[in-house]
Design a protein around this ligand. Structure first.
Ligand code: GLY
Ligand code: MN
Ligand code: MN
Length: 420
């Protein structure tokens, strides 16, 4: 049983644009809010019962057309459909004869209460009919996590589209960037390109952090001036056809790295390239992370930030102050995509069709302990989206340059911000 995501409130009686729940979309393709899908076996036959918003002329005048129960059957292909208001009355009988209910408890309290009452109702009915009721409730991602981990051909095609859109947006921002602009101007370039290339918009708040703001991992104020001599870290992804992109690039606002900026940048770039080279079926994200961490440690030793035995430094978490996050997360219908619940992401054996990010970084917040003065305020992250293939991997986001000379060539090479 998969309920639609609730609408998120933006202000008083205004909601954000609706984004369907990934699990519900993955299994059914249904996109309307205030809906619940119940997938059951009837005998050996899988059946889809949908509870949906009823047709309502006035409501549809305000917020658009609804399929309604009849449309859900005739136009969408549900086996049965009812108005959402009938859920509590109908659910118990749908649960009779079912021993395991896959439902995510703890997300929406009123739905939890409704489901638990329906399970109790099903227990009473089941006793009369001498059959079972859901005596086990399982988190749906116990199975969906494993299913969503391997992308099929349609999903890979969608991921290619969203990665292309995200790459075009990153390149547009890079080309527009000039001292005197504001972080928000680069965000505007991203937003414009996301829409122009067919996306719904950003998959998550874009991060445009210049200077010391680049050291704040999920910075999203994006309202500081872009200063000559600073780096800017742009981490953003489009949401297109339900799939998400996720690219980070870091570049000098004026198009020329200083020596120190370049040294740090090249350490992160080396780590990113080494991690990508390490990807192949049979290895794990834990191993890929280790490769990235080892390169970052070597780089920090060369920069005289750390000293000692590199493997010992690694095991002592010496990297953590400068690299506090993981190298990878799965990517798909969610930016941080679903994965099996019974095994750690780091331990999952990579297989063709898996898609994830590789995104090492180094961060030196101003005033942080152990941070050399001439590195204070620098933050660099480089992030690409990776598809595991039968022989190794494919970088889905290679259209955005990251080699120093190419980045220096691209930054500021465009017409500049759109003029009114
Ligand atoms: N900025 C979130 C991420 O890259 O995962
Ligand atoms: Mn990112
Ligand atoms: Mn990411």
């Amino acid at each position: 049983m998969l309920p639609a995501s609730p609408r998120a409130r933006m202000a008083h009686d205004i909601t954000y644009r609706y984004r369907p729940d990934p699990n519900l979309y993955y299994l059914t393709g249904w996109e309307e809010p205030e809906s619940v899908a119940v997938l059951r076996l009837q005998g050996d036959e899988p059946t889809l019962t949908l509870f949906v918003r009823p047709r309502d002329e006035l409501a549809e005048t305000w917020s658009g057309r609804r399929l309604g129960p009849q449309g859900a059957i005739e136009n969408f292909g549900a086996d049965a459909a009812y108005p959402i208001g009938d859920l509590s009355a109908k659910l118990p009988e749908l649960l009779v004869g079912v021993d395991t209910l896959h439902f995510a408890l703890g997300r929406q309290r009123p739905m939890d209460d409704l489901v638990l009452a329906a399970v109790e109702g099903a227990r009473r009915l089941a006793r009369k009919e001498r059959t079972v009721f859901p005596y086990t409730i399982v988190h749906p991602e116990a199975h969906l996590g494993a299913m969503r981990l391997i992308k099929d051909d349609d999903e890979i095609a969608a991921l290619r589209r969203v990665c292309d859109t995200t790459a075009a947006a990153q390149l547009a921002a890079m080309r527009a960037c000039r001292p005197g602009m504001n972080e928000r101007d680069l965000e505007a370039e991203l937003d414009y390109a996301f829409r122009r290339h067919g996306g719904v918009g950003p998959a998550n708040p874009s991060i445009v952090g210049s200077g010391v703001n680049a050291t704040v991992l999920h910075y999203d104020r994006n309202d500081a001036p872009l200063r000559d001599g600073d780096l800017v870290l742009v981490d953003a992804g489009a949401d297109q056809d339900h799939y998400k992109g996720d690219i980070s690039r870091t570049y000098p606002v004026n198009g020329r790295f200083t020596n120190r900026q370049r040294q740090v940048y090249e350490v992160v770039l080396e780590a990113e390239l080494a991690a990508i080279r390490a990807v192949a079926p049979g290895t794990t994200l834990g191993a890929v992370h280790h490769v990235a961490c080892r390169r970052l440690i070597d780089g920090l030793m060369a920069l005289e930030v750390l000293a000692g035995d590199p493997e010992e430094l690694l095991s002592q978490s010496a990297l953590a102050p400068f690299y506090p996050h993981q190298t990878s997360h799965w990517l798909g219908l969610d930016v941080h995509d679903a994965a099996p619940l019974d095994v750690q992401t780091a331990d999952i054996e990579l297989k063709p069709g898996m898609v994830f990010t590789i995104e090492p970084g180094l961060y030196f917040p101003a005033g942080a302990e152990g941070c050399p003065a001439d590195l204070a305020g620098l933050g660099v992250r480089i992030e690409d989206d990776i598809l595991v293939t039968s022989t190794g991997c494919e970088v889905l986001t290679s259209a955005v340059p990251k080699a120093v000379e190419e980045v220096e060539r691209e930054v500021g090479s465009g017409k500049g911000p759109v003029q009114e």
